[in-house]
Design a protein. Structure first.
Length: 115
């Protein structure tokens, strides 16, 4: 897949996560997995997509995604039916760490194999 497609997927995933996190509780998508697993997996996917989409900007992607985990959690203060918690942001950041590692490994594989 092209970097352009990964960029579209990364930004679309971020938009969906923001919607799911900040929307009123009644509009929030239903969780299939336990809530904390869902949070961690969402940020793992998000960070992996950003690292693959922007392979030359690993450190910037890392800082952006980790900061996003906390910033998006803080956005819940805008919605009276939501309750932001530091623990939730830490779970998101931990999931992001796994995604960052996965994205880094994918990029390493992509650059090492002959085309």
């Amino acid at each position: 897949m092209s970097e352009k497609l990964f960029k579209i997927l990364a930004w679309s995933t971020l938009a969906f996560i923001i919607f799911a996190t900040v929307s009123p509780i009644g509009l929030r998508p239903h969780d299939v997995l336990p809530v904390n697993v869902d949070r961690a997996l969402a940020f793992a996917l998000l960070s992996c997509l950003f690292v693959v989409a922007y392979p030359r900007y690993f450190l910037i992607s890392t800082a952006f995604i980790i900061a996003s985990a906390f910033a998006i959690e803080l956005l819940q203060y805008l919605q009276p039916t939501r309750h932001p918690e530091v623990r939730d942001a830490l779970i998101k950041a931990a999931g992001a760490a796994f995604g960052l590692l996965a994205g880094w490994l994918i990029n390493r594989y992509r650059t090492s194999r002959p085309m």
